[in-house]
Design a protein around this ligand. Structure first.
Ligand code: FUB
Length: 340
């Protein structure tokens, strides 16, 4: 939601209008990646802080340094439990700053935390840290994942036991600097009538620490089979990849960034192509919108964030959860985060 709209919000009545309340109030949390591991709900969010860094278009003011993992015994819990420090940037050899949106995966009794961070040269990469517990502490690998770049890793476990990572984000996320996995300083976002940049994905290796193939760009198509254009700001990919499977179909969801929607597209396999379907979440308070979708005891939930607790401070966000509904045809009902 743009800054000028935030100025018009009546925060005294907002809690009554909001479809859900913050799950965490003692610290700021954002970008919630939720999973059910061994029957319990775990949330892997960013840990927002005010690092005193001035606002800029590259998101420098998102100066996060560490991660805490949260858990819930049931989806009705009003608060998520803070399980303490799980990983700090000072323990990650290759990284300097900006621990942005993470995700986690579970395989053969080990838990893997995937996270983006900036190297000392200012370039984002994605790292992995391992633990025997879903809540950490996580022990980082000494190097970032070879061939990884940009931000917002989301790891999807398919029913055949394969794990795929989806990632990328334009603007502060630096995706516009890459073409076919290669960085060039002079690369920029395509112009409005050119095809938009897509999210990137790769199969993970058996040990979960590397890419098992060259990363590929996902195609998001419109209803006529044409790739979305860079000027289609209401629908094109910006950041916040997530993948889930519903009734045998693959649902790729993402944020449109500067138009503040969480949208989705459907495909027949993890590689796509994906056909744009619509919006899952209308704009929240705060500039960013970032989510995950998780099945808990046969019902589906959207974990998301907004900046209501901080009264609109864009880099001080709070995680929330709301139930999502599917229509008979598999489409998802759009949620309005605040009712009128
Ligand atoms: O939390 C920092 C960044 O803001 C995330 O990586 C983006 O998805 C946006 O939510």
């Amino acid at each position: 939601m743009p800054e000028e709209s935030i100025e018009k919000i009546d925060f005294s009545t907002l809690d009554e209008k909001a479809i859900s309340q913050p799950l965490v109030k003692h610290i700021y949390t954002a970008d919630p990646s939720a999973h059910v591991f061994n029957g319990k709900i775990y949330i892997y969010p960013s840990h927002d802080v005010d690092a005193g860094i001035p606002f800029d278009d590259d998101g420098g003011h998102f100066g996060m340094e560490d991660y805490h993992v949260f858990s819930m015994d049931t989806i009705e819990d009003k608060e998520a439990k803070d399980n303490g420090l799980a990983l700090h940037v000072k323990d990650v050899k290759w990284a300097e700053k900006q621990m942005w949106a993470p995700d986690a995966a579970h395989k053969d009794g080990k838990y893997y935390l995937y996270f983006p961070a900036k190297r000392p040269d200012g370039i984002f990469q994605i790292g992995v840290a391992v633990s025997d517990s879903p809540v950490g502490p996580f022990f980082p690998e000494p190097e970032a994942i070879k061939g990884s770049y940009t931000i917002d890793p989301a790891v999807f476990e398919d029913e055949d036991g394969k794990y795929y990572m989806y990632f990328g984000g334009i603007w502060g996320g630096q995706l516009q600097k890459y073409r076919k996995n290669k960085f060039a300083k002079e690369n920029e976002e395509p112009s409005a009538n050119e095809v938009a940049l897509g999210p990137i994905m790769a199969l993970l290796s058996d040990d979960m620490k590397e890419f098992a193939e060259e990363p590929k760009e996902l195609k998001i198509l419109d209803e006529n089979g044409n790739e979305l254009l860079a000027g289609d700001n209401d629908r094109r990919f910006f950041e916040a990849s997530w993948m889930h499977k519903y009734n045998g179909k693959y649902y790729f969801s993402y944020s449109t960034g500067d138009t503040h929607f969480i949208c989705y597209a459907i495909g027949d396999n993890p590689y796509g192509p994906f056909i744009y379907q619509g919006r899952i979440l209308n704009p929240v308070i705060g500039w960013t919108s970032h989510h995950s979708i998780c099945e808990v005891e046969g019902e589906w939930y959207l974990f998301y964030h907004d900046s209501s607790l901080s009264k609109g401070v864009t880099h001080l966000r709070s995680i929330k959860v709301a139930k999502i509904n599917y229509h008979e045809d598999g489409s998802i009902e759009t949620l309005d985060p605040y009712s009128d």
